[in-house]
Design a protein. Structure first.
Length: 102
């Protein structure tokens, strides 16, 4: 069975940037418990975000509308988590959107 090619961290980061800039809508889908990852949708892109006290720590995974996927690999070097590629302003804006979306 053919696997779709994987997404990279920069592509996932671009979706977060678009949400921070307001060009794409960020919608919180659910968060069963405060210790569970937060599921969000950005124009059909499904992301699992890890937060701690309202602070965005990591993007755990992402699935694009066409089925392409990305998974956080903590064994990799810096720059492989889309959150680490965001500017300080973009990160603060995403955290604000997550806080006010719920």
């Amino acid at each position: 069975m053919n696997q779709p090619p994987a997404l990279d961290a920069r592509t996932v980061c671009q979706r977060l940037r678009e949400a921070a800039l307001g060009t794409h809508r960020l919608q919180v889908l659910d968060r069963p418990c405060k210790t569970d990852p937060l599921r969000v949708d950005i124009e059909g892109w499904r992301l699992m975000l890890e937060l701690d006290g309202g602070r965005l720590l990591h993007c755990q995974s992402c699935q694009a509308p066409g089925g392409l996927q990305w998974q956080l690999d903590t064994r990799q070097r810096f720059g492989t988590d889309p959150v680490s590629l965001l500017s300080t302003w973009e990160l603060a804006r995403i955290e604000h959107l997550l806080e006010t979306a719920g």
